[in-house]
Write a protein that binds this ligand. Structure first.
Ligand SMILES: NC(=O)c1ccc[n+]([C@@H]2O[C@H](COP(=O)([O-])OP(=O)(O)OC[C@H]3O[C@@H](n4cnc5c(N)ncnc54)[C@H](OP(=O)(O)O)[C@@H]3O)[C@@H](O)[C@H]2O)c1
Length: 325
């Protein structure tokens, strides 16, 4: 038996709760993992609070991310005792996820925990941090280098924003953080932010082209924030878009693209190819300061995850939530 955060649709409606499940109920898969830590990402909170149709098969064990030890494997790459990370691939959406003591997963999608990293640190990074690194890699692929100019990070006190701020600053970029939590300016400066601005500066509809401010942008917010970020990006700059915390619309024009040669780089973590995942995790091991990561972490147990998901949806969480399962 193992404990799991189970999401169910019953006659009485949606129910989320921790239940003891029998291992025989685990789904098909070639690697069985004893999950040590999971985490709460934005998508997990959406699923656990039933705020949007993330879950597409019922009942569902929540949790898009997990890190732990292989206990059984018929996959050639993995043996009992290997430490692995799982991110995305539909876990917690279409197949059982990792907010559970055990998970059965597809070995092709797993990444080895980098040597120096603990499974707790891996889940402190989680999909949010791995996506932040995918954004950094997208900026680099388009030629952005330290010294090119200011880099804007939106949704800065969130998971993606915190890791993006810490990594970009450590790489030598001058990071400006946009946040709705001015009281967290010290936190963002400790992560390396050079400047902290009020997100309200970016949230109202603006002109199609504005004063050129950013050499690059990591955007976790979408909507008018992303439209303004594009309109403020310098000639030849790059904007990595990965999130919709402020809305899934994008009320923009072609002007930044056709008059300033701005590039909008889309970033998806869920079905990112395995080679890119390995690159992202090895860069996280190198470029994310463990002390900065530690300052982002709030540790909770599985039974706290439902309340914490409500807090996350209400914008009351800073940084990253690690769930010990
Ligand atoms: N593309 C992908 O594969 C991928 C992967 C991971 C995450 N995401 C998306 O990226 C976004 C951030 O994820 P996360 O895990 O970092 O979530 P998170 O920890 O909840 O952070 C989101 C942050 O966005 C800001 N925010 C919240 N509501 C807002 C609003 N209405 N308007 C403007 N800003 C708002 C807040 O930061 P401040 O208080 O500092 O402003 C909040 O902390 C989510 O939309 C998530 O779905 C996408």
């Amino acid at each position: 038996m193992f404990d799991a955060l189970l999401l169910e649709k019953t006659d009485a409606g949606f129910v989320a709760g921790v239940q003891a499940l029998d291992e025989s109920r685990l789904p098909e898969g070639d690697v069985t993992v004893r999950v040590e830590y999971s985490t709460l990402n934005y998508k997990d909170a959406l699923a656990i609070t039933n705020r949007s149709p993330v879950v597409r098969a019922w009942p569902m064990v929540a949790g898009i991310d997990g890190a732990g030890e292989v206990v059984e494997s018929s996959h050639s790459a993995w043996r009992r005792g290997d430490r692995v990370i799982h991110n995305g691939w539909g876990a917690g959406e279409t197949r059982w996820g990792c907010l559970a003591g055990m998970a059965r997963l597809n070995g092709d999608g797993l990444v080895r925990v980098p040597g120096s990293m603990t499974t707790r640190q891996a889940m402190a990074i989680g999909t949010a941090g791995y996506t932040a690194m995918l954004c950094v890699l997208a900026l680099e692929r388009h030629g952005v280098q330290p010294g090119h100019g200011d880099v804007l990070v939106t949704g800065a006190t969130g998971g993606v924003g915190s890791v993006a701020t810490a990594v970009l600053s450590r790489l030598g970029h001058a990071v400006t953080c946009a946040t709705g939590k001015p009281s967290e300016a010290d936190y963002l400066q400790r992560l390396g932010a050079r400047h902290v601005i009020d997100r309200a500066e970016l949230s109202a509809a603006g002109k199609p082209l504005q004063k050129e401010r950013w050499a690059a942008v990591v955007d976790a917010v979408g909507s008018t924030t992303l439209a303004n970020a594009l309109a403020q990006t310098r000639y030849g700059g790059v904007v990595a878009a990965c999130g919709l915390a402020g809305g899934h619309d994008l009320p923009t024009t072609v002007m930044p693209f056709i008059l300033r040669g701005v590039t909008l780089a889309g970033v998806d973590s869920v079905y990112a190819p395995i080679a890119l995942r390995r690159e992202a995790w090895s860069r996280l091991a190198r470029d994310l300061d463990p002390a900065a990561l530690e300052s982002m972490i709030e540790d909770i147990g599985l039974s706290d995850a439902i309340d914490k998901a409500q807090d996350l949806m209400a914008g009351r969480v800073r940084g990253r939530v690690v769930v010990e399962v």
